[in-house]
Design a protein around this ligand. Sequence first.
Ligand code: F6P
Length: 255
Amino acid sequence: HIMKEFSGISSLEMELTNKLGIKGCIIVPGNADESEWVKSELGKMGAEQLSKIVQPKQTISVTGGTTIASVAEALPENLKNKELLFVPARGGIGADLQYQANSLCQIMAKKTAGDYMVLYVPDQVTKELYHSFINDSSIREVLLKIKSSDVVIHGIGDAITMAKRRNTSQFEMDILLEQQAVAEAFGYYFDENGKEVNKVNTIGLQLEDLQHIPHIIAIAGGVSKAKAIKAYMKIAPKNTILVTDESAAKLILKG
Ligand code: F6P
C-alpha cells in the first residue's frame, strides 16, 4: 500500500471509483496490451478480491477469456478446501476451448480443491434450440446455480474484437458497426452510452440476473479496452468492483 500511495495509484483508484460510480477500483501499473505480466497482475488482483469476498460453500460464476484465465492461474492457497463451486456464467465460445468459461471453472475448482459444473451449449444457438436446451433438467440445474451465485467474475472486451473472435455473421457484424458497438460483456454488446445493441443468443446468466448477485468482480485492462470498460460501466451494477490497469484507467478518466 505504501508503494501504491507513492506511485499515485491509490488516488487514481479513488478518482476512477467516483467517476464510474461503482463500489471500487483496483488498478495495476502498466498496459495489458503491451505486456503479459500486466495481465498476470490483473489476474492476481482479481484473485485477491475473490479471496477477500468469498465465504465457504459459495458459488462463483465466471466468464471466459484470457484475462479471467489469468485469475484462474493466480487463485491463492487460502481458497483451498472452502468447498467452492465454480459455474460458467454463459455457454461456451466456439473453438477457443482453452479460454472457455467451462475450462476455466474446471481449472479454478482444481486449484481450490472445489467443485465445478459445465454448460455444454454453443455460444450462438437458434431460438428453437435455445428453448429445448433450457428445458433439459441437467442444464436447468446448472442454470439455477448460475442465477443464484454469490460472486460473479467477468471479463469485458472490445465489441468488434469479440465479434471477430466469435466468428459473428456478416449480418450481425453490420448491426454492431451500424449501432457503433464498443463494448462486450456476458455476450451483450453495448454502444458508448451503455445501450444494449445486440446480444448473443446463449443460455446462462442474463444481464438482469446480475441485480441479484451480491458480489461482482469485473476484470479488464489495456488501452484497447478503455472505451469498452467505460461504456459497460455505465450500466454495470453499483456493487461492481473493477480491476483494471493504469493505461485504461487514465484513458477512462480523460474522456
Ligand atoms: O467471452 C467471454 C469474455 O469474458 C467476454 O465477455 C469478454 O469480452 C472477453 O471474454 C474478454 O476476453 P479477454 O480477457 O481475452 O480480452
